[in-house]
Design a protein around this ligand. Structure first.
Ligand SMILES: C[S@@+](CC[C@H](N)C(=O)[O-])C[C@H]1O[C@@H](n2cnc3c(N)ncnc32)[C@H](O)[C@@H]1O
Length: 350
């Protein structure tokens, strides 16, 4: 799942071949890595089809190994392809590679301008873009952060720009706030937990930091997420025997079903897949368990609640942050229970 625009393909210049890395520096200095970037711009006829446009963009992204490419409409409606390079290609080489694409489209070749961009300190920008994030008692930080965690916090090291789940998205925040409220209400120390659609496993590993006796299954249908989850458990010094990372489409993998029932299930996915897995989720939930659902647009919340009510769940709490709703559910046979938390900041809760 991605919440990002599809018009841009981006490999961070931080990982580009010309980037120099150095020890963390708080301000620009001779040691601060300043990555020189060059921009190529190609203006194309507005009537090009998406396939034709992709042919041009591929020359930059694949043949010329651009660090990033994007296509957009310019003010007059024409297509504009922009590509960023750390090592600028020669203009005649670019022209030679584009020539057959122009010919295939029946177009007369137009020149590509390649210009240097103002130098930027990408590491400093990255640090500024991902400051440590405090969500209740959870303290989510990247390895570039030097500030010590607040004394009573649950610190979790998660690198941004890995699998989804750096703590900046409202759906993740909603789950972490729900987790803290649940831990305040339910004092058990050892949890059997499932992080369904784990991404970076920020939710499940955060729970492990808060309750070290937890046994966690972190499941995702994306292998990058599964490997990232396992790696995040390692870099946070969490005992390997307490974390099982599983590649699974919902509950399809037996390793996910075998470890049920779960006292706490997080599922921050999207409303559609959440509805599709309602019965499996309730079947995997322990009789006194908690189910935290997120990735739900506010206007979809009623639909999700109805689907889970039909699977014998009762809504315990709702939290709205911006456009997104997080739901906390429990087995309906437990009956009605008191609200879970108090509204705070921009979030509204019931
Ligand atoms: C919005 S991200 C949530 C990541 C993290 N749990 C968080 O809260 O930040 C959703 C994740 O669910 C995964 N996913 C989507 N559909 C899935 C499915 N049917 N089964 C398992 N994982 C799924 C995606 O690969 C993605 O990593």
């Amino acid at each position: 799942m991605s919440f990002m625009s599809t018009a841009t393909s981006w490999r961070s210049p931080l990982t580009g071949p010309a980037t120099r890395r150095s020890s963390p520096a708080s301000s620009a200095s001779p040691e601060t890595p300043m990555t020189a970037l060059f921009q190529a711009r190609l203006q194309l006829d507005e009537r090009l089809t998406p396939a034709e446009l992709a042919g041009f963009e591929t020359v930059f992204s694949e043949l010329l190994d651009a660090a990033a490419t994007a296509h957009l409409r310019d003010g007059g409606g024409d297509w504009l392809i922009e590509a960023l390079f750390t090592d600028p290609p020669a203009e005649d080489a670019v022209a030679a590679l584009l020539a057959p694409v122009f010919a295939d489209c029946g177009l007369t070749p137009v020149p590509v301008a390649i210009t240097p961009l103002a130098q930027r300190d990408w590491l400093a920008e990255n640090r500024a873009a991902f400051p440590p994030r405090r969500i209740g008692r959870f303290w989510i930080y990247g390895s570039h952060v030097e500030t010590p965690p607040p004394p009573t916090s649950w610190p979790l090291l998660v690198e941004a720009a890995q699998a989804f789940g750096s703590g900046t998205h409202p759906t993740t925040e909603g789950c972490l706030r729900a987790a803290e409220a649940i831990l305040r209400r339910d004092r058990r120390l050892r949890w059997r937990a499932l992080d369904m659609g784990c991404g970076s496993a920020i939710l499940g590993l955060g729970l492990l930091k808060a309750r070290p006796g937890t046994m966690l299954v972190a499941a995702d249908n994306d292998i990058l997420a599964v490997t990232t989850a396992a790696e995040n458990a390692r870099i946070n010094h969490l005992p390997p025997l307490r974390v099982k990372a599983v590649l699974s489409q919902g509950y399809a993998d037996p390793a996910v079903r075998r470890r049920a029932p779960y006292d706490l299930i997080f599922a921050n996915i999207l409303a559609g897949p959440l509805c599709g897995m309602a019965r499996d989720q309730m079947a995997a939930l322990a009789p006194h368990g908690w189910l935290v659902l997120s990735g739900i647009l506010n206007q979809q919340a009623v639909m999700v609640e109805r689907r889970y009510a039909a699977a014998a769940a009762r809504i315990t709490a709702r939290l709205t942050i911006g456009d997104w709703t997080t739901l906390v559910l429990r087995p309906a046979r437990l009956g009605r229970s008191a609200g879970l938390w108090h509204p705070r900041g921009t979030a509204s809760a019931t």
